[in-house]
Design a protein around this ligand. Structure first.
Ligand code: DLZ
Length: 155
């Protein structure tokens, strides 16, 4: 069952108007990842983050999120990084390799940079499942990523 972080707003004792976020967006399945991006930005803005403090970077596919996230997290003025991607299962094992690599990669970036680097990656069996989680009946994983980052900044 979904937890309390999936939508809405969270309390922040940290002044979010002073925090800077990078959002790294995979271009594969862009109709999905753009919806994730919109959800993330709307959520950050509604929590008091300034528009100028949301930096967007694109990468070709979900596999490249790891390096994109590392480059952003290494920037001194970035407080948290959101990684947004969508991997849809195909007929080859590609899906498993990409999902495993990015999950491991993003974990490594968290540990290496000691900053919140959020896994906002949809891993679905088909496109409908992805749409359902990108502003559809199961919410928006981009918004969830934003809320997760805010929670971590309040750790
Ligand atoms: C190659 C590939 C495939 C088959 N599927 C997806 C996908 O569903 N979602 C996604 O974000 N990227 C996919 N890619 C591209 C890889 O992430 C990566 O960009 C390439 O393998 C080049 O490193």
């Amino acid at each position: 069952m979904a937890g309390s972080l999936t939508s809405g707003s969270v309390e922040s004792s940290v002044d979010l108007s002073k925090k800077k976020f990078a959002i790294v967006v995979a271009e594969w399945n862009s109709e999905i990842t753009e919806a994730l991006y919109s959800g993330a930005v709307e959520s950050l803005l509604s929590h008091g983050v300034k528009k100028k403090d949301i930096i967007r970077k694109n990468v070709p596919g979900t596999f490249e999120l790891t390096l994109g996230a590392l480059w952003q997290a290494e920037e001194k003025n970035i407080d948290a990084v959101l990684c947004l991607g969508c991997v849809i299962q195909g007929e080859t094992p590609h899906f498993d390799y990409i999902c495993q690599a990015v999950a491991y990669g993003i974990t490594e970036v968290n540990i290496k940079t000691r900053k919140p680097v959020i896994f906002g990656v949809l891993t679905t069996l088909d496109k409908q499942q992805a749409f359902d989680r990108a502003g559809g009946k199961h919410g928006n994983k981009g918004e969830e990523a934003a809320l997760t980052a805010i929670k971590m900044l309040n750790f």
